[in-house]
Design a protein around this ligand. Structure first.
Ligand code: PMP
Length: 431
């Protein structure tokens, strides 16, 4: 990419969009608010790359926020979708594609014996909370500061993602009566969870968490944290729920639960299992899932749920991920990127920390270590903003927030990583 970056058309389209949609977008972080407020407007995507409406090409580390793990518009996915299109865009009736994807998910994810497909991660998390409450007969929930579980009322307490990016207080419009049963603890703090259980005996339905955080930046669990939650929830007759909307089929084929060997009672999924179409899912122990209507009394439904196009894209994506070497490759290139960024930061005199697991990574502009959201908030946000802009100008598309993880894909090459590191060296030298 040649400097300066020309984004005239992006600017025109985004200016018009701001009159049409709140903030010019349909999901807040896309507005680039915390990094200067001028997003690029996409024209098309392919492999590891995106092109904006001005014709600029970027190496993409957002991947549509996670789904594009095989690279954008993989030919196998696109061809399968073209065939599926001819059969219809929506059935609103059972179809065999649902069985195929359900079986793949059940075979892959250790905790999942039965699954229900929905249309987004938000819907999956809303539904799983209703199920946790229905199954236990308890109302209270423990979540962690900086974790994001979609925009359901009862999760908008100390939430991550856009809420963190925009520095918003807990959202107006959410009744206190709804969030009064949401208890929060710092991530990686077992003692705090223990205390909440002690203070609310017999009242807590369960604990939900991102088993590796991506929505407060990339924060892995400390050794023993997931295991400790498993023990604590069991001791207290509560359910453990892993929100693997981001990590499912990304950290390992079977998600964080496979990678770290801790099996929750219930799991939410999204992103990758839809191969770029709108999908979410929740699943888990058969006895719990049997409560969901029409098998049981807990109501949850969806006009477009199990949509044939979404199922098709999901099936093809998971088939591609099953190929030998997938996760080794993701880990190899992402490690090269993450270690490279940390090395460059050190050599250019910036306090930074971060890491990666498989195709998910993060870099905080703070000395660290970062164990939780409070640690993440110590990052130099102004510096991140300048870094983000500098990378964009050099053809590297990073998530426009310090509080979002980055994603690689099977389409990213060694050369892409090297170009990215060369750009990072230039930018960090001038920050
Ligand atoms: N849970 C997690 C862990 C997520 O990362 C997200 C989205 N980033 C959601 C839930 C919500 O998913 P969606 O945006 O599809 O509603």
């Amino acid at each position: 990419m040649t400097l300066p970056l020309i984004t005239t058309k992006s600017e025109e389209i985004f200016a018009a969009a701001q009159k049409l949609m709140p903030g010019g977008v349909n999901s807040p972080v896309r507005a680039f608010k915390s990094v200067g407020g001028q997003p690029i407007v996409f024209d098309r995507v392919k492999g590891a790359y995106v092109w904006d409406v001005d014709g600029n090409q970027y190496i993409d580390y957002v991947g549509s926020w996670g789904p594009a793990i095989c690279g954008h518009t993989h030919p196998d996915v696109i061809n399968a979708l073209k065939d599926a299109l001819d059969k219809g865009t929506s059935f609103g009736a059972p179809c065999v594609l649902e069985n195929v994807l359900a079986e793949m998910v059940i075979d892959a994810v250790p905790s999942i014996e039965m699954v229900r497909f929905v249309n987004s991660g938000t819907e999956a998390c809303l539904s799983v909370l209703r199920l946790m409450r229905a199954f236990t007969g308890r109302d209270k929930l423990i979540k962690f500061e900086g974790c994001y579980h979609g925009h359901g009322d009862m999760f908008l307490v100390k939430a991550g993602s856009g809420v963190a990016t925009l520095g918003l207080p807990d959202s107006p419009g959410v009744p206190k009566s709804v969030t009064s049963s949401t208890l929060t603890a710092p991530y990686n703090d077992l003692e705090a969870v223990k205390q909440l259980f002690a203070e609310n005996p017999g009242e807590i339905a369960g604990v939900i968490l991102e088993p590796i955080v991506g929505n407060a930046g990339f924060i892995p669990p400390d050794a023993g944290f997931l295991e400790g939650l498993r023990v604590l929830t069991k001791e207290n007759g509560a359910l453990l729920v892993f929100d693997e909307v981001m990590t499912g089929f990304r950290i390992a084929y079977g998600g964080v639960q496979e990678k770290f060997g801790v099996t929750p009672d219930l799991t939410t999924l999204g992103k990758v299992i839809g191969g770029g179409l709108p999908v979410g899912a929740y699943g888990g122990r058969r006895d719990i899932m049997s409560m969901v209507a029409p098998a049981g009394p807990m109501y949850q439904a969806g006009t477009l749920s199990g949509n044939p196009l979404a199922m098709t894209a999901g099936i093809k994506t998971l088939e591609l991920l099953q190929k030998p070497g997938t996760y080794e490759y993701l880990d190899k290139i992402t490690k090269k990127l993450s270690e490279g960024l940390l090395k460059i930061a050190k050599e250019t005199g910036h306090a930074a920390c971060g890491g990666q697991i498989s195709g998910m990574f993060g870099l905080f502009f703070t000395q660290g270590p970062v164990h939780n959201y409070e640690d993440a908030k110590k990052s130099d946000l102004a510096k991140f903003s300048r870094f983000h802009r500098g990378m964009l100008e050099r053809g590297i598309y990073l998530a426009p927030s310090q509080f979002e993880a980055g994603f690689t894909s099977l389409a990213h090459t060694d050369e892409d990583i090297e170009k990215t590191l060369a750009a990072a060296r230039e930018v960090m030298s001038s920050l």
